[in-house]
Design a protein around this ligand. Structure first.
Ligand code: FES
Length: 116
């Protein structure tokens, strides 16, 4: 059985085919690998079957991966979490556009009429 090479917070580890991220972390002495957003309380495996979401971490840049379900693949890069990592937002959604007040809207409309 060929061992795989994976990285946890940049540290090189050897893993078995079929081994989950949580199994590797527990086998290497980790008991928690993220903290809660509020209070910074430690979290690791709780249910071990994908129900509680306590074991979230980052795998290959993808956040919110459940360590208890994700089987390791050769070359995986696992990152533990401190607090929450929110997804990047590149564009403001339609619902948060600023609302112009009536005077500004009329002035803008007048300017648009002058240009046209
Ligand atoms: S330990 Fe509960 S979802 Fe992973």
């Amino acid at each position: 059985m060929a061992l795989m090479t994976v990285y946890v917070d940049g540290e090189r580890h050897r893993a078995l085919p079929g081994q989950t991220v949580a199994a590797l972390l527990l086998a290497t002495g980790h008991r928690s690998w993220r903290t809660t957003r509020l209070g910074g309380r430690p979290r690791g495996v709780f249910c071990g079957i994908g129900v509680c979401y306590d074991c979230l971490l980052v795998v290959n840049g993808l956040p919110d991966v459940r360590a208890c379900l994700r089987e390791l693949r050769d070359g995986d890069r696992v990152e533990t979490l401190r607090g929450a990592r929110l997804p990047a937002c590149t564009e403001a959604p339609e619902t948060v556009r600023p609302v112009r007040d009536t005077a500004d809207a009329e002035e803008a409309d007048d300017e648009a009429d002058e240009v046209a």
